[in-house]
Design a protein around this ligand. Structure first.
Ligand code: ADP
Ligand code: MG
Length: 257
C-alpha cells in the first residue's frame, strides 16, 4: 500500500485496526507537547512506549481515551473518532481501560466495590452480576481473598492488581498502562508484570508506557521511542534494542539498560 493510500484510507475499512492517530498535535498553552503523532494499532498488538521523562508519553496515551484533548489531527478508536461529542467520548471510554502509576482506587470503597462501581453505574449491570464478574477478575489477578478489604490495607502490588481487575470488569477491548510499576517496591513489580503478561497472552490489545525493558523484550511486538513530543523511532523489540537507528534512541538506551 502506498503512503497516499494509507493517509486516505478510512479507519473503519480494516476490521482489525483498533486505534489510529493521524497527524495529532497537542499544546499545553504555548507548549507544543505532541508533534505530528501518527500511530496505527492493530487488534492484539502489545506496544511498549518508552522515552525520557517529559517526552509526552502520558499525554499521548491519555489522548486515546480523551483524558487529554488534542487540538489537531484525528484519533479514531474502534471506528469512533474522538471529537467534542460526548457520545463519542463515552463510546470510546467503554472500549478503553486505563491503569495509572498511582493506582487511583477509591480509598473509601472496598476492593469489590471499586470493581463493581463502573459496571453498575455505567453498564447498568445488576449488582449480583457485577459482583460475580468482579470476583472472577480478582481471581484472575490472584487476590480474591482481598475483596472485602480497603485499598489502604493492601500492598502496592496488590492495589495495582485491583486496578487492573477493576478495568477488566468493564470488558475493554484495549488496555492502556501508564508506568504501572513505577510506584512499586522492587519485590512487587514482578507480580504486576506477571498479571500484564497473562493479559497479553489472552490476546488483549495493550499500550504500555513502561521502563521495564525486560517486559518490552519478551511481551511487546513493537516498541515506540518518544522524545520531545515526537515518535522518533519504532521497531520490533529485537531490532529496537540491538539496532537502534537514531542517536537519541541510542543515548536513551545507554542510560537505562
Ligand atoms: P511523560 O509521560 O513522557 O513524562 P508527559 O506527557 O507527562 O510526559 O508530559 C510532557 C510534557 O508536558 C512535560 O514537559 C510536562 O511538564 C508537560 N505537561 C504535562 N501535563 C501538563 C499540563 N496539564 N499542563 C501543562 N504542561 C503539562
Ligand atoms: Mg508520564
Amino acid at each position: 500500500m502506498s503512503e497516499t493510500d494509507k493517509a486516505t484510507r478510512p479507519a473503519a475499512d480494516s476490521a482489525d485496526l483498533t486505534i489510529e492517530m493521524r497527524g495529532v498535535h497537542k499544546w499545553y498553552g504555548q507548549f507544543h507537547v505532541l508533534k505530528d503523532i501518527n500511530l496505527s494499532v492493530t487488534r492484539g498488538e502489545r506496544i511498549v512506549i518508552c522515552g525520557p521523562s517529559g517526552s509526552g508519553k502520558s499525554t499521548m496515551i491519555r489522548c486515546i481515551n480523551r483524558l487529554e484533548e488534542h487540538q489537531q489531527g484525528q484519533i479514531i478508536v474502534d471506528g469512533t473518532e474522538l471529537t467534542d461529542d460526548v457520545k463519542h467520548i463515552d463510546q470510546v471510554r467503554k472500549e478503553v481501560g486505563m491503569v495509572f502509576q498511582h493506582f487511583n482506587l477509591f480509598p473509601h470503597l472496598t476492593v469489590l466495590e471499586n470493581c463493581c462501581l463502573a459496571p453498575i453505574w455505567v453498564r447498568k449491570m445488576p449488582r449480583k452480576e457485577a459482583e460475580a464478574v468482579a470476583m472472577q477478575y480478582l481471581e484472575k489477578v490472584k487476590i480474591p481473598e482481598q475483596a472485602k478489604k480497603y485499598p489502604g490495607q493492601l500492598s502496592g502490588g496488590q492495589q495495582q492488581r485491583v486496578a487492573i481487575a477493576r478495568s477488566l470488569c468493564m470488558n475493554p477491548q484495549i488496555m492502556l498502562f501508564d508506568e504501572p510499576t513505577s510506584a512499586l517496591d522492587p519485590e512487587m513489580i514482578k507480580e504486576v508484570l506477571d498479571t500484564m503478561i497473562e493479559l497479553a497472552e489472552s490476546g488483549m490489545t495493550m499500550l504500555c508506557v513502561t521502563h521495564e525493558m525486560g517486559f518490552a523484550k519478551t511481551v511487546a511486538n513493537r516498541v515506540i521511542f518518544m522524545d520531545a513530543g515526537e515518535i522518533i523511532e519504532e521497531n520490533e523489540p529485537h531490532e529496537f534494542f540491538n539496532n537502534p537507528q537514531s542517536d537519541r534512541t541510542k543515548l536513551f538506551l545507554s542510560q537505562i539498560l
